[in-house]
Ligand binder design. Structure first.
Ligand code: ZN
Length: 558
């Protein structure tokens, strides 16, 4: 806009003294500087766990609150979590670091270290296994595995006045978005919000726990379904269970039912709102970061699938919850920017997919568990060890061979493992660590990447398996849905890789860009808006110009 030229020039005069990495402060709050040219005082980074691009496309026209407003900003309906390991921890780690899992080191939710002393050899992504109290089932929470800095880490390194706050139902989401230098971090554990080891709960978290405890003790009625959800209501029989008609009535004392429902997201939003108000986020000396990861979409996707009335109600409630969060910042007059995306997409349950024009979807068949593969390898090679010969966290992903073998025996075991895996009719491809190490880091449009390139995006030589196994499109890696999860994500296919990316900032012109972008583009996009100097090559992603006007948000006025 030409009329802003003088104002931009004024901002340049007032702001040009800063040449070191800096978060602009009072200098650009001068009268006459257009709001959209100022450095926002708060970054609100939202992750909706398991919000696939497909779900967003299905429901975007129905949103009336927060998700409607965000669609008035910059909309990238085809964002990519480009890598193969489409799980929560790797996905969250891309959002604010701007680097792929291959570089963040967060290659999965769990990986194995066959050399570690603990019996199960299993490592959780956000634990500190050096702490003797930490186990893979009850980990001591830490960001130490994250080999990259988050936006909050970088801002705090540049200016100690920055506050970096992260809230979620999941520890791994809060940790991977917040990073190493979290001022306040909360997640749900054993029926209440908890925080980092050695820290006390803030009064806002104490109040949030009291409020959640009252609701859980009392139970609650079913949630209303908007009219546009009614066509989704149809019972799908999975074993003895009927799914597709649930409305989230809460039995008294059902803490898990609380958190795995729209009420869990509402509690996370309430705590974020209370912390933002209590800490005066966005009203301090520097730009603050508030990361909020909503987990209920993921819990509901796993428990009910993605295409029933349960997910439809969740979409309606999520829209309202995000609206409340934005309204609370508006109510305090905060100048903020929002970035929303997801850690991965999701896929429906095969029993419903079969009725809905995708009969090729199937549950994984027998033969890929570590026990079955060990038997096959033993039969072929005659090699056995004390303890486990092969470690894995399921029928796909990273597989590790015991470290107590001679190099020659290890090679034979690996060769037999490759042969057994590749003979399985549901395996698309499998790659050895040696093969993936030899590949360059992929570039170019993520929709065109080969499976090997996708696997390379989440391959870390130190942590990844000796073999990475990818299942065919449409194979759901839950063999037995009679209890627990019925549907999931984690595949290298686009239903799990494609996620929406939305940005909103008051004064920016709305736009939609359907071309593929990546979630690693979010951090460089925000860093440019914040005028944060980042060394060349520190990000794997690129800055996206999120202002649809002739202004370019990647080149803000200095
Ligand atoms: Zn997730």
């Amino acid at each position: 806009m030409r009329s802003n030229f003088r104002s931009i020039a004024l901002a340049a005069v007032l702001g040009c003294a800063s040449v070191v990495p800096v978060v602009a402060k009072e200098q650009d709050a001068a009268p006459g500087v257009p709001e959209a040219s100022r450095v926002p005082r708060l970054v609100l980074a939202i992750s909706v766990d398991q919000l696939s691009a497909d779900l967003f496309a299905e429901y975007r026209r129905f949103f009336t609150a927060g998700l409607k407003r965000l669609q008035e900003g910059a909309v990238f309906p085809s964002g990519f979590q480009s890598h193969a390991a489409t799980e929560t921890c790797p996905g969250h780690a891309t959002l604010l670091t701007g680097v792929r899992p291959a570089r963040s080191g967060i290659i999965a939710n769990y990986w194995f270290d066959p050399a570690i002393r603990r019996a199960d050899k299993r490592i959780y992504c956000s634990e500190d296994e050096r702490d003797p109290r930490s186990t893979s089932t009850d980990p001591v929470i830490s960001a130490r595995h994250l080999k990259a800095q988050t936006l909050g880490d970088r801002l705090k390194a540049a200016d100690r006045a920055v506050r970096n706050v992260a809230v979620s139902a999941k520890d791994r989401a809060a940790i991977m978005m917040g990073g190493h230098a979290i001022d306040q971090g909360y997640w749900w554990k054993d029926g209440a919000f908890t925080t980092l080891p050695g820290r006390k709960l803030a009064p806002e978290a104490v109040a949030a726990n009291a409020s959640a405890a009252r609701l859980i003790a009392a139970g609650a009625q079913a949630l209303p379904a908007p009219f546009w959800c009614e066509p989704r209501e149809r019972a799908i029989h999975v074993g003895k269970r009927a799914l597709g008609t649930g409305r989230f009535a809460l039995d008294p004392r059902d803490g898990q039912g609380f958190v795995a429902s729209p009420r869990g997201d509402a509690a996370v939003a309430d705590l974020a709102i209370a912390l933002a108000a209590g800490m005066k986020l966005g009203q301090g000396e520097a730009t603050d970061v508030l990361s909020v990861s909503f987990s209920a979409t993921d819990y509901i996707g796993h428990a009910f699938g993605t295409e029933g009335i349960e997910m439809c109600i969740q979409m309606a409630e999520l829209d309202r919850t995000i609206g409340r969060l934005l309204d609370s910042l508006d109510g305090r007059g905060i100048d903020y920017v929002v970035a929303l995306s997801a850690d991965h997409g999701g896929f429906d349950l095969p029993e419903r997919l079969a009725q809905q024009a995708l009969p090729a979807a199937a549950r994984v068949s027998a033969g890929l568990s570590p026990e079955e593969l060990t038997a096959a390898v033993k039969a072929k090679t005659g090699i056995a060890v004390a303890g486990d010969l092969i470690y894995s966290d399921g029928p796909f992903g990273d597989f590790y061979v015991s470290r107590s073998l001679s190099p020659a025996d290890r090679d034979r075991v690996l060769a037999a493992l490759v042969e057994a895996v590749e003979a399985h009719p549901q395996v698309a491809q499998a790659f050895t660590a040696e093969q993936l190490s030899a590949l360059p880091m992929p570039s170019g449009s993520p929709q065109d990447w080969t499976l090997a390139q996708r696997a390379r995006g989440s391959f870390d030589r130190e942590r990844s398996g000796d073999l990475v196994v990818l299942l065919k499109r449409g194979v759901v890696p839950i063999a037995d849905p009679s209890h627990g999860a019925v549907a999931t994500h984690g595949s290298p296919w686009d239903y799990d890789r494609r996620v929406p990316i939305l940005f909103w900032r008051r004064g920016f012109k709305g736009m939609e860009q359907p071309a593929p972008v990546e979630t690693i583009d979010i951090a460089p996009t925000l860093a440019a808006l914040l005028r944060l100097n980042v060394a060349e090559g520190d990000f794997d992603g690129r800055c996206l110009d999120i202002d649809g006007s002739e202004r370019n948000s990647c080149r803000p006025p200095q």
